[in-house]
Design a protein. Structure first.
Length: 215
């Protein structure tokens, strides 16, 4: 499948569907999982063929939308837009799973992208994966937005696990209610150091990444 291309908007536009009518993104179970794999270990990532890539993201100034109020001449965007499905990260530094938790960014307000692709194996440590509800959990200090296959599912006024969940709180995304062996999930985690309006004298940390299976 060809990579999607990012086109920066130039004028305001309504969403494809009214936000209040968007379907509720699935919410992960609160019961204990049948099996858990830690993706921050060499063995855990290898089970899914995961190779982690990391790159700092930056705020870039750009023209304001053409129908903005006259006093707003410029605004800001993120670069790169690594959430896109098929994004080419071949030139990015590769990071060992055991090094995902290293401090990153320059402190204060900073951003990093973490990218990998997960391929569902037939079994993990003797657990047969076919048909299991599959949940990706990541916890970024301080915030994260998690894209799966180029999408950030969200609904206005309702829980949206891919969006920021709170200060140092995990994002728990249902990848599939009944996963298939060989299914691939392209993951892009946008990690944010914050609070943004209280720029902290510390760094960005990737605290947790795991796959949970439920029956």
């Amino acid at each position: 499948m060809p990579a999607n291309r990012y086109t920066r908007p130039t004028v305001s536009a309504p969403p494809a569907m009214p936000p209040l009518l968007m379907p509720q993104p699935p919410v992960a179970p609160v019961l204990p999982p049948a099996h858990v794999v830690n993706l921050m270990t060499v063995e855990g990532s290898a089970m899914f063929g995961a190779r982690w890539k990391v790159l700092e993201a930056k705020l870039v100034e750009c023209p304001a939308l053409s129908d903005a109020m006259a006093e707003y001449r410029t605004t800001y965007d993120i670069d790169p837009h690594a959430e896109l499905r098929g994004f080419d990260d071949t030139d990015w530094p590769e990071v060992a799973p055991t090094e995902l938790g290293a401090k990153r960014g320059g402190g204060m307000v900073s951003f990093c992208w973490f990218r990998t692709t997960l391929t569902i194996p037939a079994s993990v440590s003797g657990f047969a994966t076919a048909g299991a509800k599959t949940v990706l959990t990541v916890n970024v200090d301080d915030y994260a937005e998690v894209w799966v296959n180029g999408e950030l599912p969200r609904a206005a006024g309702r829980p949206s696990p891919a969006a920021i969940q709170g200060f140092n709180m995990p994002n728990r995304l249902v990848l599939r209610d009944t996963v298939e062996v060989g299914e691939r999930f392209e993951i892009a985690v946008f990690a944010i150091n914050g609070p943004i309006s209280a720029a902290p004298a510390n760094f960005l940390w990737f605290r947790e990444a795991k796959i949970e299976f439920y029956r």
